[in-house]
Design a protein around this ligand. Structure first.
Ligand SMILES: NC(=O)c1ccc[n+]([C@@H]2O[C@H](COP(=O)([O-])OP(=O)(O)OC[C@H]3O[C@@H](n4cnc5c(N)ncnc54)[C@H](OP(=O)(O)O)[C@@H]3O)[C@@H](O)[C@H]2O)c1
Length: 325
C-alpha cells in the first residue's frame, strides 16, 4: 500500500487549513456567566475561560513515533486532525504505526514517516532544509499528493522530541559506546531536534497561523529528578532535557514558540519490558496502583499543545510515584 520514493523528489502539495480564517481563541475568550457584557470580577480577579487551541490541520513531527508513547501521541494528534510525521530508525515499525494512525484519523490526511536517526545532526539538517537524499519518505496510503513544496510541508506547528533509549547498568560496568548512545539519543537528539526544527516554527510574515499553536514538547522522565541504581546515564540525559527545556523557553517564548516537557513515570511500553523489575512489583509502589499507559502521556501532550499559555510547563505524570520515592 505504501509507495516509497527517494526524498530528493519533490513530493507534497497540500492546503494548510490554518490559512482559512478562524476565530482567535485568545481574543474570543468567553466570559463565565455569559450574561455579563464586561469582565466578571471575583475578588479582584477576572474570570475567563480559554478554549483549547484547535489542532486541525497542524503539522506535528514526532520522533520515536513508531512505538509506545510516541505512537500513542501520534494517534491522539491524528484524531484531532493533525498531520503527523513520524521519525524513527526502523522502517517496518514506522509503516505499521502509520497504518494504525491512519485508522484513527480523519480521511484524506497525509500522514507520513521519515526514516532517520535523531543522533545524526546531518539528518536534522537535511530534514529541515528539505534536502533529504539518503532518507526515504513515504506518503500515507490515504491519498496520493503531488510533489510541489517539501519545505512548506515540513513547517511543524508542534514538535515532539520523544525518541529515547535506556540501558540499565552500573556506570562502572557500562560500555562507553552505550553511554554515548544514551546521551546522544535522549539529550542530543532533543537538542538537535529543537535547533533544526524551531527555526521552521517561527512565524513568517506570509503565513497566518493560530496564535500560540506552535509548541515543542520534550519527553523527559521521572528518573531525571529521582535517581536509582543502574540508571545514572539515563537520568543525566533526562535531567539534561529538563534543564534544556526550561532555559530554551526563555529564548523561544518571545519568538512565539512555546516549549514544555512531560515527566512520565513508569509507562507500559517496550521500554518497561527491558527492566529487570516486574510490572507487578512496580505497581505496588505507585500510589495510583498501576503503571501509566502511553495514552495517559498522550493526553498530557494534547493538553500542552492545546493550552496556549503553557510555556516552560513541566507535567509530572507518574501516578503519584514521585511523592513516595
Ligand atoms: N516507558 C517508560 O516507562 C518511560 C518512562 C519515562 C520516560 N520515557 C521516555 O518516553 C520516550 C518514549 O519511550 P517509550 O517508552 O515509548 O519507548 P519505546 O516503545 O522503546 O519507543 C522508543 C521510540 O524511540 C525511537 N528511537 C530510539 N532511538 C532512536 C534514534 N536514535 N533515532 C530515532 N528514533 C529512535 C524508537 O524507534 P527505532 O528504535 O525504530 O528508532 C521508538 O519509536 C523515551 O524518551 C523514554 O525515555 C519512557
Amino acid at each position: 500500500m505504501f509507495s516509497a520514493k527517494p526524498l530528493s523528489l519533490r513530493l507534497v502539495c497540500y492546503h494548510h487549513p490554518l490559512l482559512t480564517s478562524k476565530p482567535n481563541p485568545t481574543t474570543t475568550r468567553k466570559l463565565i456567566n455569559g450574561g455579563f457584557p464586561s469582565r466578571l470580577l471575583c475578588n479582584g480577579a477576572s474570570l475567563t475561560t480559554a478554549s483549547p487551541l484547535s489542532l486541525k490541520g497542524t503539522n506535528v513531527v514526532i520522533t520515536g513515533g513508531s512505538s509506545g508513547i510516541g505512537r500513542a501521541i501520534a494517534i491522539e494528534f491524528a484524531r484531532q486532525g493533525s498531520y503527523c510525521t513520524l521519525i524513527g530508525r526502523n522502517e517496518d515499525r514506522l509503516k505499521s504505526a502509520l497504518h494504525e494512525i491512519c485508522d484513527h484519523s480523519m480521511s484524506n490526511v497525509p500522514h507520513r514517516y521519515v526514516v532517520g536517526d535523531v543522533r545524526d545532526r546531518s539528518f536534522w539538517d537535511a530534514l529541515s532544509s528539505g534536502n533529504i537524499k539518503s532518507t526515504r519518505f513515504i506518503e500515507s496510503p490515504v491519498e496520493t499528493f503531488l510533489a510541489d513544496d517539501i519545505p512548506e510541508r515540513l513547517y511543524p506547528n508542534v514538535l515532539i522530541n520523544n525518541a529515547g533509549v535506556t540501558h540499565s547498568s552500573l556506570l562502572l560496568r557500562e560500555h562507553p559506546s552505550i553511554i554515548e548512545s544514551v546521551i546522544e539519543t535522549n539529550l542530543m537528539g532533543t537538542i538537535w531536534g529543537c535547533k533544526y526544527m524551531a527555526k521552521l516554527m517561527l512565524p513568517k510574515p506570509t503565513t497566518r497561523r493560530v496564535p500560540n499553536s506552535r509548541c515543542i514538547i520534550n519527553i523527559s522522565s521521572l528518573l531525571a529528578t529521582h535517581g536509582g541504581k543502574g540508571c545514572s546515564v539515563y537520568s543525566a540525559s533526562k535531567a539534561g532535557v529538563l534543564g534544556f527545556t526550561r532555559a530554551l523557553s526563555a529564548e523561544l517564548g518571545p519568538l512565539g514558540v512555546r516549549i514544555n516537557a512531560i515527566v512520565p513515570g513508569y509507562t507500559n511500553t517496550a521500554m518497561l519490558d527491558g527492566l529487570s523489575i516486574t510490572t507487578e512489583t512496580i505497581e505496588k509502589s505507585i500510589p495510583a496502583s498501576r503503571v501509566g499507559t502511553p495514552e495517559d502521556i498522550a493526553h498530557a501532550a494534547m493538553f500542552l499543545a492545546q493550552n496556549g499559555y503553557a510555556n516552560n510547563c513541566i507535567v509530572n505524570l507518574d501516578g503519584g510515584l514521585s511523592a513516595v520515592m
